[in-house]
Design a protein around this ligand. Structure first.
Ligand code: DGL
Length: 259
């Protein structure tokens, strides 16, 4: 197996990014860490998020990763600067897609659904300031959503209830774009499409992250040869069956690891 692309998240959510990476880079092997035992990261302090990000990075490097995708907005916005300065591989992060939303909106009002950890980070605030001039950005913390997704309850009554509570105020204010600022949330798209009026565009950054990963691999001469037979190892420190229900494929191996 060629040295893999390492990917981590606080849990199963980052598999939404993992899928885009696998689709865009079909010859690459991957190593995915779902730190579900410590989810949600979004409610933790910056220091705790940083320490968990360091722990995940060290494990991915120990297992030979050539590049690391931080498939978590909360970890990116709180820890990526430190990771880039202190570890010897390239890092790709993910942040709420404010820039495309600001470009796309006609009502000049966009909603951002993200974790408390992301919304309170200075990286998020700087990005908003930079790209959303003249645009009203309505921030909404998705408290409780990650826990339900981690428990495989995307289609539950509780989920409907929480989403209604979070989205209605933004709809009342005439948003026309909803930015999904957490890698767990793309799994809510089918539910959101049922709930939201048709004029609302849902924006997430998964494909952009995969594209950026490809660019950085190319620039660093790290692409796997086209002859590589990719293998995908996914580890969780909580429930193997739940992680399995989010990923599937002949070359995937999902197992428990105590980390
Ligand atoms: N999936 C993560 C994100 O993109 C973290 C969610 C959480 O653990 O709170 O922010």
């Amino acid at each position: 197996m060629q040295t893999p692309i390492g990917i981590f998240d606080s849990g199963v959510g980052g598999t939404s990014i993992w899928k885009e990476v696998v689709k865009m880079l079909p010859h690459e092997s991957t190593l995915y860490l779902a730190d579900s035992a410590n989810a949600p990261y979004g409610e933790k302090s910056k220091e705790e998020i940083l320490n968990l990000s360091i722990k995940n990075t060290e494990l991915l490097l120990e297992k030979g990763s050539k590049i690391i995708v931080v498939a978590c907005n909360t970890a990116t916005t709180n820890a990526i600067d430190y990771l880039r300065e202190n570890f010897p591989v390239p890092f790709i992060g993910i942040e709420p897609a404010i820039k495309p939303a600001a470009f796309h909106t006609r009502t000049k009002k966009v909603g951002v659904l993200a974790t408390k950890g992301t919304l309170s980070s200075s990286l998020f605030h700087n990005t908003s300031k930079l790209f959303a001039e003249g645009i009203t950005v309505l921030e909404q913390e998705g408290k409780g959503l990650v826990e339900l997704i981690e428990a495989n309850q995307v289609y539950s009554h509780k989920m409907q209830e929480l989403l209604t509570t979070f989205l209605q105020p933004m709809l009342d204010q005439q948003i026309d774009c909803l930015v999904l600022g957490c890698t767990h949330y793309p799994y809510l798209i089918p539910v959101l499409k049922e709930m939201l009026p048709e004029n609302i565009t849902i924006i997430d950054s998964g494909e952009a992250v995969a594209r950026q990963t490809k660019t950085i691999l190319e620039q660093n001469g790290l692409l796997a040869p086209k002859t590589n037979r990719p293998k995908h190892m996914l580890y969780t420190n909580k429930n193997v069956d739940i992680l399995k229900s989010f990923v599937d494929g002949p070359d995937c191996e999902v197992s428990y690891l105590d980390f």
